[in-house]
Design a protein around this ligand. Structure first.
Ligand code: SAH
Length: 362
């Protein structure tokens, strides 16, 4: 049994079952044994590969988008360029290299901020950025951002924030909790807490017993705080993630370990735990601050920003093998069978601003 499993079992023995949201938080960010606090999750040797780790082209195109957003907002002075949940720091490194080429004066005028909850990952990010780290500031919370118009990106941030789950029982919807079974193993149980019916998705009335719905107050709260900052200071945000556009019934909680799906209760702290993002809820949160919130598939987003042209330039004069690897990366990032469809990109801007490839129709 892992250290964290023992700790969670003790917690449950002492105080009763814990929510899926608390379980997720403990698994990911427990100060002693959490996944992000103790492990190296990303890359070929880790448990999963994110878009910035697939290819430098991803961070380059995100930088191009943030820069166009800054221009579309009237190129305000002293902008804050921030990334939230930067993982290994790869995307920030790719963005800074691109912006330096695109417009060195923008970069020297900008405050560069990395928002990271894990002290260990902040250290990894510092190493990845090398010399460039000297111009960057690390903060642990959105509330600590310095003043100024904000241009912020966060790849696969929201899927890592906890969700709550509710399960349909004979007595109605009950919060899905994690308790101990008669063999002292972690097991799902129906808790006492219920759910306000206005929060249920369409069709929930007719759901069969055992059906599950997810709501994510922590994600909505995070988007509320980011949107509040954007509305007050001006600026724009870009959030690629995987998820769905229409709230539905279903259990999307998943654990990944060594590039394979794992039982979510089997290895707390040793596997990545995420749940799909409800883009509808995030959009509603942004819109409640008077902002525009638009989504499109990651494939359309990257192709719309010139992924193929960028790949062509990157491959020019390279060996056959290198060109093959670049083609492969394009397929993984934008192909319908890989990240291109399931991954979506959420853009939050002032309501008067549209930044391509988004149009007012999105
Ligand atoms: N963006 C990176 C990493 C994604 S994993 C990539 O695409 O490779 C999620 C990241 O969000 C990790 O760096 C994790 O430590 C961080 N994180 C989780 N909760 C956070 C929070 N509340 N505030 C800031 N960062 C958070």
């Amino acid at each position: 049994m892992s250290e964290l499993k023992r700790k969670i079992a003790r917690l449950i023995e002492a105080a009763g079952p814990i929510s899926v949201a608390d379980y997720m938080s403990l698994c990911l960010l427990d100060p002693e044994h959490g996944y992000y606090t103790t492990r190296e999750p990303f890359g070929e040797k880790g448990d999963f590969i994110t878009a910035p780790e697939v290819s430098q082209m991803f961070g380059e195109l995100v930088a191009v988008w943030l820069y166009s957003a800054w221009k579309a907002c009237g190129a305000p002075a002293a902008p804050v360029l921030a990334e939230i949940g930067p993982g290994r720091g790869t995307m920030m490194a790719d963005m800074l290299r691109t912006l330096e080429r695109l417009d060195p004066s923008f970069l020297s005028d900008a405050k560069l901020i990395l928002i990271e909850a894990s002290a260990r990952l902040s250290k990894v990010q510092r190493e990845t950025l090398g010399q460039r780290a000297e111009n960057c500031t690390w903060i642990a919370d959105v509330g600590d951002l310095p003043e100024g118009p904000l241009f912020i990106a966060g790849n696969e941030l929201f899927d890592a924030l906890p969700v709550r789950q509710y399960v349909k029982t004979a007595q109605g919807w009950r919060e899905r909790m994690i308790g101990l079974d008669d063999k002292e193993q972690l097991a799902f149980v129906a808790g006492a807490g219920s759910l306000e019916t206005s929060l249920l998705p369409e069709g929930a009335d007719n759901a069969r017993e055992g059906a599950i719905v997810e709501i994510a107050p922590a994600r909505t709260a995070m988007m509320q705080r980011i949107a509040e900052a954007l509305a007050r200071r001006g600026g724009a945000g870009l959030f690629p993630d995987y998820g769905y556009e229409k709230p539905a019934i279903g259990d999307t909680l998943q654990a990944l370990r060594a590039h394979a799906y794992d039982d979510v209760l089997a290895h707390p702290g040793e596997a990545d735990i995420t749940a799909h993002v409800d883009f509808h809820a995030l959009k509603q949160a942004a819109k409640s601050h008077g902002l525009s919130a638009r989504t499109m598939s990651q494939g359309d987003f990257l192709l719309g920003l010139g992924l193929l042209e960028r790949a062509g330039r990157l491959g020019a004069g390279r060996s056959h093998g290198e060109q093959e690897a670049i083609r492969d990366a394009v397929e993984r990032l934008a192909g319908p069978e890989t990240m291109g469809e399931l991954f979506r990109v959420l853009a939050v801007t002032p309501s008067t601003v549209t930044v391509p490839p988004f149009t007012s129709a999105h």
